[in-house]
Write a protein that binds this ligand. Sequence first.
Ligand code: CA
Length: 312
Amino acid sequence: MVIIETGRKASALWGVSFQILSMMGDPVCLLLALAKSPAITYNAQIPPEGPMERTGVGVAVEPGANRMPDLVLRVGSRSAQGVRSNNEDSFVVDLPQRLFVVADGMGGQERGEVASTMAVEIIPRAVHARLASNEPADQALLYAMKEANALIVEAGQSQPEGRRMGTTAVVALQHNGQVFISSLGDSRAYLIRGHDVHQLTVDHSVAQALVATGALTREEARFSPYQHVLHKFLGCSELNGATEVHPFTPEPGDRLLLATDGMTNHISEEDLRIGPTLFPNPQDWVDHLVQKALDHGSRDNVTGIVIAFEER
Ligand code: CA
């Protein structure tokens, strides 16, 4: 049996910003994103069947067999609009499926919000459909990412040139004692285990690709104009088989953080290392991380989900 608890809603301010998103490879797709509309933020609980319900706090009890029967999952979540004019981040805490998604949308007008909202709605539904057909969790997750990509591409095709849309998505699915992680874009998953901090995802930014080739150092990449230029994301018609799923086996005390770059650009590895000790409650910790990112000058939307794996 697993019990899942989740947290509270987002805060909101106003501002304006630009992002440029492009795709490397053949062919290249280029998106220009201008954020200018009111916020949509999610703290949602999706029942196994039926429409999404937005909730502030939820508790779910998992029936049936599980390879980690003595672990309790506690979840905290928060999204802040910050100084931007709208919030293009979306997230979902899907308690019945133990599925968590953070998405950072990009696109002209309100399209970034549309794209990230589509991601957090499509992925849980698609995962549910595949798990209900007894498909393995990793395959269900791959299918869900592919489905979300296809539908976001389709929705974007009705938009005029320069107003297409895309979104990052980082997804965690706990199933049969394992946690499956998949990501496209530069939203990240971190596992904090004891004093070790593991980044479980690779940024699909041009800057990170240049680091991988040795053309840039990690420090140079942090200040590169290509840091925010993505070559993999949901909403690119040439994505093909680029999505990966990686599992890990959770241990008591683990903390899993899913976060957009509005957070990860403004917190340090040390913040992640000491956080679970200073803030044992995942909601307290994610609130702190969001506030810290804003206090440290994040001019982006800031979103995170913290999942705590604890002994009962
Ligand atoms: Ca962002």
